[in-house]
Design a binder for this molecule. Structure first.
Ligand code: ARG
Length: 461
């Protein structure tokens, strides 16, 4: 038997039920302290006599929470198996330092609204990061596109040469894909932007804790209208975020697959930057595209994380269930892997070199066939007749110039790239991320009484 705050539990059962929490919850220590600071502020502000917590006491707890955050940053805060999770570990640390005062903080809350709040705080931070990183990668792709707007690159369908295209078209297509994903990220951010704190175990409490004020203290735009839904949204909110991340990863996966293919010697369209390839232990000549290959595989992983979280929620009735704990790992993993991919792809794209010679060599004559048919259309031949005529004499296409074909469709035709639109969307995304970061920092700094995220300066005690 092992003694825990919430009862004596068989040691094996404790290990099973705590699962990976002692390790995973390390990511939530700061969020748990911030959430606890907001709860403590609500306790102190409750309009009752005697007060649930005196203002002075609330400040002492908050100062100690800042201390715990600093210790965690220095790697000096451990979650033990007896704690089960970060929530009871923080309560234990508070009680050890503050005695009875530490024993007061859990009034009117449950670990259920506590963990839900932690995950929303964590999700908010991470999404702000993801949005910034998505904007940067979209920008790098658009810049590459602009620089190589007219550099011919055979367009393909079914992987077979199809129509004249350009490196500009290729690179900025991937930029636009990421900007579309940002729409999903933004929607997930809005879903996440609500405070569950005060919903307790899903049914509120008789204490007069102002949930809307708590939400404002945490820098969330709203509190849930319904405490039971606040509880039910656990896991579902994570699934919404993961599904947005899955979209990002689908974009990265396609980009990665293109890179693997087009940097292979048979194509040679692009040269990956030095330092981004790895060798073989047996084949001296090898230089392998491990980075895009891993990005491609990590897309599978993030998609699986999204499916895992949604699958847990799928079979749950209303209220808290321990099943929800199993959504934490996919949530943290999905965020971590997506961000790692966005980050590694940025310098790769910035250092990517198009190889003009190979790109031009990729223009099989057939690539010009449709264009030739459309020339005949301009001279009054009905399209289907022109199509047949070109098909009958494909050899005549031999001497065409890819540069001309590209210029025609990109300047006069329909393939012109709206770089201004890409730029607008990318800046809007970057601005949104920056604004939300400032909102968060302002709210949390005020709440903790010390500058956040630096935690520089003394907390007011
Ligand atoms: N580690 C738990 C989780 O992630 C915390 C909540 C525990 N609540 C409970 N009623 N057992 O869900």
């Amino acid at each position: 038997m092992r003694k825990t705050v919430v009862g004596d539990v068989d040691a094996g059962v404790l290990r099973f039920t705590a699962g990976e929490d002692c390790a995973l919850d390390a990511a939530l220590i700061e969020a748990d302290c911030i959430g606890t600071a907001a709860h403590v502020a609500a306790l102190a502000a409750a309009p009752v006599r005697p007060p649930l917590l005196a203002a002075r006491e609330a400040r002492r707890v908050t100062a100690e929470l800042v201390n715990i955050m600093r210790r965690a940053r220095a790697g000096r805060f451990r979650i033990r198996i007896e704690d089960q999770d970060v929530h009871l570990a923080v309560e234990r640390a508070l009680t050890r330092r503050l005695g009875d005062l530490g024993r007061k903080v859990h009034a009117g809350r449950s670990r259920n609204d506590q963990v839900a709040t932690d995950l929303r705080l964590y999700g908010r931070d991470q999404l702000i990061g993801v949005m910034g990183e998505t904007a940067s990668l979209a920008r790098a792709l658009a810049v590459m596109g602009r620089r190589n707007e007219m550099l011919p690159m055979a367009g393909r369908t079914h992987m077979r040469p199809a129509m004249p295209g350009s490196v500009g078209l290729w690179a900025s297509a991937h930029a636009e894909s990421l900007l579309d994903d940002a729409v999903a990220l933004r929607a997930a951010y809005d879903v996440n932007d609500a405070s569950p704190l005060g919903s307790a175990a899903g049914y509120g409490s008789p204490l007069e804790l102002d949930r809307k004020r708590t939400a404002r203290r945490l820098g969330f735009r709203r509190a849930h209208a319904n405490v039971l839904y606040a509880s039910n949204s656990r896991g579902k909110c994570e699934a919404a975020i993961l599904s947005a991340l899955a979209q990002v990863m689908l974009s990265l996966s396609r980009l990665a697959e293109d890179l693997v293919l087009y940097s292979a010697p048979e194509f040679g369209y692009f040269e990956l930057p030095a330092g981004f390839c790895t060798g073989s232990s047996i084949m001296p000549q090898k230089s392998n595209p491990d980075v895009p290959e891993l990005v491609r595989a990590k897309a599978a992983r993030v998609l699986a994380c999204a499916a895992a979280a949604a699958s847990v929620v799928k079979s749950l009735p209303s209220g808290y269930h321990r099943d929800l704990q199993e959504t934490k790992d996919p949530f943290l993993t999905g965020l971590r892997e997506t961000r790692a991919c966005l980050r590694v792809m940025l310098p790769l794209i910035r250092g990517l070199r198009p190889c003009r010679k190979a790109l031009l060599a990729g223009f099989a004559p057939g690539v010009f066939a449709a264009d030739r048919a459309l020339e005949l259309v301009l001279r009054g031949v009905p399209f289907r007749a022109a199509y047949r005529r070109v098909k009958a004499d494909l050899a005549a296409l031999e001497a065409r110039d890819p540069r001309e074909a590209v210029a025609l469709r990109m300047r006069r035709g329909t393939a012109r790239i709206d770089f201004a639109d890409l730029r607008r969307r990318e800046s809007a995304l970057r601005r949104f991320a920056a604004t939300e970061r400032r909102r968060r920092d302002r709210a949390v700094s005020r709440l903790l009484g010390t500058e956040y995220p630096s935690l520089a300066g003394r907390a007011r005690a």
